[in-house]
Design a protein around this ligand. Structure first.
Ligand code: NAD
Length: 299
């Protein structure tokens, strides 16, 4: 299949490479010339605009930072909708607000292009390994068309409902994740201060009712889990600024339906303080540093 792939950043570039490995031919576009050159070296054709990239495509995928970038990539005069042939399916895998994807799908539908949202979880490691989970918002018939292509980049391709519901699933999952990481941080810092060994405490939590991903896979206390960002100075992983963005999406979506987010709002402010302190690029588990003394941070 001939696929147009737009947005070749930390996630998009490895995803595009996996599509090449799966035997698809690709035309790619990004605003960043270095990202284009790198995919060209791997066998993709490059285009100078989104409109040109999609001209011959049978399938279009976008992987962009936020809603404003996605709107621009589809609606600008040099954007996707100006160049794509009617009937070609469009898939946006960025994490954005459900309202934006639903509005874009309406515009695309007027031109005869079905559109789905398919945000991912699994991070850059999952993007490279081709083990992402895709949370797909698409009508059943469109999902059947997308599934085999997305399977080239992920292990789980799950239909959540109609267009927009993939984003709903993604922001609700990350709402839980953002809050639970703060809960685990608070408890680990307290336990150590009260005299228990961090590894022993984590072991108890992870065989008890406090168990969750933030405790058993990405434990924020340094040295508890060798492979966690906490054991390498909170480098790599999922940046606090990205978590802040996702909690902002949850807050905006909640406002649109008058749904209270009590802990979500507090979590958003806690990550905002982390970002203000200059730590927004650190893994979000670095939020535990707000609970540690200077001495503990330095250890
Ligand atoms: P990134 O910033 O590394 O890459 C985005 C790319 O889009 C850049 O190369 C940029 O030049 C390009 N771009 C921006 N506007 C464009 C436009 N109008 N036309 C063409 N190209 C344009 O971002 P990323 O880490 O790859 O994340 C992409 C999306 O995936 C985000 O919504 C993010 O929240 C989500 N996500 C990221 C991770 C992660 O671990 N990085 C995990 C899950 C989901």
């Amino acid at each position: 299949m001939h696929i147009a792939f737009i947005g070749l950043g930390n996630m998009g570039a490895p995803m595009a490479r996996n599509l090449l490995k799966a035997g698809h031919s690709l035309t790619v576009f990004d605003l960043n010339a270095a990202a284009l050159a790198s995919l060209q070296a791997d066998g993709a054709a490059v285009a100078q605009s989104a409109r040109k990239a999609v001209a011959e495509a049978d399938f279009v995928i976008t992987m962009l930072p936020a809603g404003a970038h996605v709107r621009a990539a589809y609606l600008d005069p040099e954007g996707v909708l100006a160049g794509v042939r009617p009937g070609v399916p469009l898939v946006d895998s960025s994490t954005i607000d459900p309202a934006t994807i639903r509005a874009l799908a309406l515009e695309a539908g007027k031109r005869g292009n079905p559109m789905a949202d398919a945000p991912v979880s699994g991070g850059t490691g999952g993007a490279q390994a081709g083990t992402l989970t895709f949370m797909v918002g698409a009508e059943q018939a469109l999902f059947a068309q997308l599934q085999p292509v997305l399977a080239g980049m992920g292990r789980n391709v799950v239909r959540c409902g109609d267009t927009g519901t993939g984003q709903v699933a993604k922001i609700c999952n990350n709402l839980i994740l953002g809050i639970s990481m703060i809960g685990v941080s608070e408890a680990m810092a307290l336990g150590v201060k009260l005299g228990i060994d961090a590894g022993v405490l984590a072991g108890i939590v992870n065989t008890s009712t406090g168990r969750c991903w933030a405790a058993d896979t990405c434990n924020p206390y340094p040295g508890v889990i060798e492979t966690a960002p906490a054991s390498r100075g909170y480098s790599g992983g999922f940046g606090a600024d990205l978590m802040l963005k996702d909690l902002g999406l949850a807050a905006d979506a909640a406002r649109s339906v008058r749904q209270p987010l009590l802990l979500g709002a507090l979590a958003q402010q806690i990550y905002q303080a982390m970002s203000q302190a200059g730590d927004g690029q650190l893994d979000f588990s670095g939020v535990i540093r707000q609970y540690l003394s200077q001495q503990e941070r330095a250890a």
